[in-house]
Structure formats: structure tokens, C-alpha cells
Design a protein around this ligand. Structure first.
Ligand SMILES: *Cc1c(COP(=O)(O)O)cnc(C)c1O
Length: 228
């Protein structure tokens, strides 16, 4: 077995283990293999092991890979410029990083023109970090209300990228906060949101303990990323 296959299967096992530990059904957590900067050959190898969901940060890179494997489920997980909305509509099964009015308006227009619907998550800047994109917690309710006014967008939940910390216990409080923001949003809007996308290589088991339904794992599957 290749090193890549071994790493992938190990991550799958760790997801199952974390679910067992948390008393959760293992099918309640979706593993997204974050393939940014990694070649299509690596993606194909992981897809052959049964992996369906892949995450990409950069739209141009993603579109090239999607053109080769449109059958896989692609997640946009990085900041998306609104001028890219036209190119991405219909290509991603989930846009996880909606957080600006300009992208919201463009997606509304482009989905309507294309006659399709788009599933989205709202990205929350959970650590209130200057350099990170995402909505601040207090911006969430009014922004979500605007999304709900667009019939071609389907609001599916929240995503976060907490401050980088190699100790997952330091990240746990951010996961707890995202879950509580989701519960509050559900109460305020009177609807249920299926997804909480949180947890990466350094901390996905802790995210699963705290209620993640999507974990986004890159390095632990594909190995270190070469600099761009
Ligand atoms: C790169 C990236 C990941 C994966 O990070 P790893 O630490 O390599 O697992 C997850 N989510 C987002 C938003 C990313 O940009």
C-alpha cells in the first residue's frame, strides 16, 4: 500500500474512533480531503479508496481539478472573490466560506441566471482575527437573514478556522462557541441547520467531540504542502 493510502485510511480510522468516543454515529461526520497544492494524481488515488468529498482553497486550481473529476463532490473552503461567482456556480457541492455581501449578491444573481441552487455555509471569524475572513459572531443573524431571502441559496450551517494552535485543547473553546452560535441561529431563525464544519489535521478529533459534522483534513492525508 502507498504511503498516501496508509495516511488516508489512518485518518478514516481516527474519524471513526473519535465518533465512537463521542458516542456519535460514524456516518454523522463527513470527511473532506483538503487537496490544495496537491496534484490530481493524488486526488485520484484517494478517490479510488472511496473518498468522495474534496476541499480546495483557490478557485482557479479547483476548477482545473474539477474539470478532470466533475464526478467528485468539491467544497470551496477559501475566501472567494465575488467576481468568481459566475465561474463557480454549479461546480461545488458546498461553498463553505460565504461571508461577504458582495459574494452573496453575485451568487444570488448567478444561481438565478443558471437556474440552479447552491448549498452554502457561513464562515465565522471565530477568533476575531484581523487577517482572517469570516463574519463576526454578532454579524451572523442579519447576514443569515439576507441569505434566507435568496431562494436559490440553501443555508446549511457554519464553518470556522480558529486561531492556529498545535494544542487542540486550546482550540476546543472555539468549537464549543461555533456550535453555540449555530444553536442560537437556529432558534432565532426558526430552522435547523445540518452542518458544522470545523476541525483540521491538528484538531479534528476534538472538533468531532464538540459536534462537527464536516472535518477538513489536508496534511494528515496528503502530507505536507509544497510552498506555492
Ligand atoms: C488548508 C485548510 C485546511 C486543511 O488544513 P490541514 O491542517 O492541512 O489539515 C482546512 N480548512 C481550511 C479552510 C484550509 O485552508
Amino acid at each position: 500500500m502507498s504511503e498516501l493510502a496508509e495516511r488516508y485510511l489512518k485518518v478514516k480510522e481516527r474519524v471513526r474512533e473519535a465518533c465512537r468516543k463521542a458516542g456519535r454515529d460514524e456516518n454523522s461526520v463527513k470527511l473532506v480531503a483538503v487537496s490544495k497544492f496537491h496534484p490530481i494524481e493524488a486526488i485520484i488515488e484517494v478517490a479510488e479508496l472511496g473518498q468522495k468529498e474534496f476541499g480546495e482553497n483557490y478557485i482557479q486550481e479547483a476548477l482545473e481539478k474539477i474539470a478532470v473529476r466533475p464526478d467528485l463532490n468539491w467544497h470551496a473552503i477559501g475566501p472567494v472573490q465575488s467576481k468568481k461567482a459566475k465561474e463557480i456556480v454549479g461546480k461545488f457541492s458546498l461553498i463553505e466560506s460565504l461571508a461577504t455581501d458582495s459574494l452573496l449578491q453575485e451568487l444570488a444573481k448567478r444561481t438565478k441566471n443558471a437556474g440552479c441552487t447552491q448549498d452554502v455555509l457561513l464562515q465565522v471569524n471565530i477568533g476575531r482575527e484581523e487577517q482572517k475572513s469570516g463574519l463576526l459572531p454578532e454579524e451572523l443573524i442579519p447576514f443569515a437573514q439576507k441569505v434566507l431571502e435568496v431562494p436559490t441559496l440553501k443555508l446549511c450551517g457554519l464553518m470556522c478556522l480558529p486561531p492556529l494552535d498545535l494544542n487542540p485543547e486550546h482550540t476546543r473553546p472555539y468549537f464549543v462557541e461555533l456550535r453555540s452560535l449555530k444553536e442560537n441561529l437556529e432558534k432565532e431563525l426558526g430552522l435547523s441547520l445540518p452542518h458544522l464544519s470545523m476541525g483540521m489535521s491538528a484538531d479534528f478529533p476534538v472538533a468531532i467531540e464538540e459536534g462537527a459534522t464536516i472535518v477538513r483534513v489536508g496534511t494528515d492525508i496528503f502530507g505536507p504542502r509544497a510552498p506555492r
